[in-house]
Design a protein around this ligand. Structure first.
Ligand SMILES: C[S@@+](CC[C@H](N)C(=O)[O-])C[C@H]1O[C@@H](n2cnc3c(N)ncnc32)[C@H](O)[C@@H]1O
Length: 290
């Protein structure tokens, strides 16, 4: 599939609450300088604000519940395509510079792992998620892949992470932005966290443009995914939510417009696997070049 550069088609119109789960045993000065505080590998600690609103976030609770089945259902429902989608995201990262990367909604860590394994120039990566159980699985995987020394995990809500302005070269988010209550606010946050000239890479489900394919896909989501998700995860609501969140999410053009409104430039889209997913790439403009 070709990457297409998005052109606008019409005129454009805290308090931090963060819990850190570090995969590193040794404290890192670099991270504490940038607002991320390390705790021991097995500790979970609220370092700013209270953990109350993180623990009571309904989406976080839902992911806590389905975490043990998440990976297997993810691969099953996407027929394994999700591996190649994450690889495409990882391959879009600049290979020439030493990078500091943030993966939002990191979940069980598949985007993070793909990024690190395919980009040896990533010196430091932070994975952030609201779900404690998803992060626990992520931490184990990171250890299994022997990537512990390059990764820190942060438990926080994307909206109130308290991470420093302009502190990352690349910010990624795989299948996460759909789950946040306000996609525009999340994009604004990504923009804030990126250094000037930095890159945002967002992977998200989308609807195929072809009507017949779209019909088949909706049938698949509404019946097959719902039934199997219910049976295998034991959660009645989670896979109904998955279907509804996909159906209700912005179309690619709307989402690009939202990215532009949040301050991004050089926006491009890459539809994946008949358009059931889309990779968005955009730059935070470098104001010194103005
Ligand atoms: C569909 S999973 C995606 C996980 C991973 N990126 C992947 O590609 O498999 C969505 C993740 O977003 C996290 N999430 C949802 N809302 C969040 C929020 N407000 N702040 C941080 N993480 C959030 C969930 O806990 C979950 O792990």
């Amino acid at each position: 599939m070709q990457k297409s550069i998005w052109q606008p088609q019409c005129r454009q119109s805290s308090e931090a609450n963060v819990i850190i789960l570090s995969t590193r045993i040794a404290a890192s000065d670099k991270l504490s300088q940038s607002g991320i505080h390390h705790v021991n590998m097995t500790d979970v600690e609220s370092v700013k604000g209270t953990s109350g609103s993180i623990n009571s976030n309904p989406v976080g609770q839902m992911f806590d519940h389905i975490a043990p089945a998440y990976d297997i259902l993810n691969h099953l429902f996407s027929f394994g395509w999700d591996f190649s989608w994450r690889r495409k995201l990882a391959d879009a990262v600049d290979k020439n510079e030493k990078l500091r990367v943030l993966d939002l909604a990191t979940g069980t860590g598949d985007v993070l792992i793909s990024l690190l394994r395919r980009n040896s120039n990533i010196a430091e990566a932070v994975g952030l998620d609201i779900s404690e159980n998803m992060l626990a699985l992520c931490r184990r995987k990171i250890a299994r892949y022997k990537l512990t020394d390059r990764v820190s995990l942060v438990r926080a809500d994307v909206a109130t992470s308290g991470l420093d302005d302009e502190s990352f070269d690349v910010v990624t988010m795989g299948f996460g932005i759909r789950n946040t209550p306000d996609a525009f606010k999340t994009l604004t946050e990504i923009h804030r966290l990126l250094k000037q000239g930095g890159t945002a890479l967002i992977l998200e489900f989308s609807m195929p443009a072809n009507r017949i394919l779209r019909g088949c896909y909706l049938f698949y989501l509404r019946f097959f995914v719902l039934l199997l998700g219910r049976l295998l995860s034991g959660d009645n609501q989670a896979y109904r939510y998955l279907d509804q969140s996909i159906e209700n999410f912005h179309c690619a053009d709307d989402f690009c417009r939202l990215m532009q409104k949040a301050g991004f430039s050089n926006i491009s889209t890459k539809p994946l696997t008949f358009g059931v997913a889309c990779l968005y790439q955009a730059t935070r403009p470098d104001e010194s070049n103005d």
